[in-house]
Design a protein around this ligand. Structure first.
Ligand code: SAM
Length: 285
C-alpha cells in the first residue's frame, strides 16, 4: 500500500522519464484534483493511503499525461480569472495572456460608461472571455459566437456551471456573417485563430495534436480573421465603440495598419509580460 506521497513521487519520476514538461506540477495537480483540494493544500494529506479507486484514477491520469495530453484536458477543468471552466478537446485551453485581454476590455467598459453595453465575443471557444466579462461587468448584454458547434456546447455548459446561463447567449456562426444589427455593438472582442498556417506544423505537439486546429490556424500570415473582423467592426460597432483583439507576436504593425486604413481612432498595440505584441485595440469614431 502506497501513500499519496509515494504515488506522487513515482508519478512525477515516470512523467519526467516520458518528457512531460512541469511533471512535478502536473502530478501534484492530478492528486489535488482527486483529493478535491488546492495544490497548495496537498502537503498535510500526503501521508494518507488512498483507496484503490483513487490509485486507479491517478494511474489513468498519469498515462494520459504520458501520452502527451495537456494537463488541462486531463483535469477536465481550468481556472480563468475568477471562473473555473470545464476544459476538454471541444475548445482551446484558456490561456493566461487572454486574461489580460479581459482586463483591457473591462478598463475600456468602465471609462465608456454606457448603460447595458452590448458585448460580442467572436471565436468564443470555452466562453472564457465573454463569461468573465459577464461576471465582472456590472451590467450588459453578452453574446459569444463560434463556428464550432462543439465549442459552443462547451461554452454553454460553462455558462451554466458559472451561474451565467441566463446572462450570456451563444450562437454557432461563421464570424459575424449572420449578424444583422448594424451599429448596435458597444464592444467587439476576439481572440481569433492567429498562427500563420506554415507555423502550425512547428507548434508543440501538446498543442498541435490535442487542441482544435480550427482554433489556431489564422491563414497564410495569421491575419485572415483580423481583416474580416475589422471590416465587420465598422458596420456593427456604435460610434465610440471599441474593438479588442488578442494578436500574435509580430502582428502589431499589421493590426495598426488594418485599423488605420479602416478609419479607427485611438489605435493601440500592447505587449504581453514577455514583451511580445499581444493586444490590439481601437475605437470607432
Ligand atoms: C484562439 S481560439 C479562442 C478561444 C477562446 N476565445 C479563448 O480565448 O480561449 C479561436 C476560436 O475561434 C473559433 N473560430 C475559428 N474560425 C471561426 C469562424 N470563421 N467564425 C467563428 N469562430 C471561429 C474557433 O473554433 C476557436 O474556438
Amino acid at each position: 500500500m502506497h501513500s499519496w506521497r509515494d504515488i506522487l513521487r513515482l508519478s512525477a519520476e515516470y512523467l519526467i522519464q516520458k518528457g512531460v514538461p512541469d511533471a512535478q506540477v502536473a502530478a501534484e495537480l492530478l492528486v489535488a484534483r482527486l483529493l478535491k483540494c488546492g495544490r497548495g493544500f496537498l502537503s498535510p494529506r500526503l501521508d494518507e493511503t488512498p483507496d484503490a479507486k483513487y490509485v486507479e484514477a491517478m494511474r489513468r491520469g498519469v498515462s494520459r499525461l504520458a501520452a502527451g495530453e495537456p494537463v488541462q484536458y486531463v483535469l477536465g477543468e481550468w481556472d480563468f480569472r475568477s471562473l473555473t471552466l470545464s476544459c476538454d478537446r471541444r475548445a482551446l485551453i484558456p490561456r493566461p495572456e487572454t486574461e489580460e485581454l479581459v482586463t483591457r476590455v473591462l478598463k475600456f467598459a468602465k471609462a465608456y460608461d454606457v448603460e447595458r453595453p452590448f458585448v460580442v465575443d467572436v471565436g468564443t471557444g470555452s466562453g472564457c472571455i465573454i463569461l468573465s466579462l459577464a461576471k465582472e461587468m456590472p451590467d450588459g448584454v453578452f453574446l459569444g459566437i463560434d463556428i464550432s458547434p462543439d465549442a459552443v456546447s462547451l461554452a454553454q455548459e460553462n455558462a451554466v456551471r458559472c451561474g451565467l446561463g441566463d446572462r450570456v447567449k451563444f450562437a454557432v456562426a461563421d464570424g459575424l456573417d449572420e449578424f444583422d444589427e448594424p451599429q448596435s455593438v458597444d464592444i467587439l472582442v476576439s481572440n481569433p485563430p492567429y498562427i500563420a498556417t506554415a507555423d502550425c506544423a512547428a507548434l508543440d505537439p501538446r498543442i498541435r495534436n490535442w487542441e482544435p486546429m480550427s482554433a489556431l490556424d489564422g491563414g497564410p500570415a495569421g491575419l485572415d480573421f483580423y481583416e474580416r473582423l475589422v471590416s465587420d467592426a465598422i458596420n456593427i460597432l456604435k460610434p465610440g465603440g471599441g474593438a479588442f483583439f488578442e494578436i500574435g507576436d509580430g502582428q502589431g504593425e499589421a493590426l495598426r495598419k488594418l485599423f488605420f486604413d479602416a478609419g479607427f481612432d485611438d489605435i493601440r498595440i500592447e505587449n504581453d509580460y514577455a514583451g511580445h505584441d499581444r493586444y490590439a485595440f481601437a475605437v470607432l469614431p
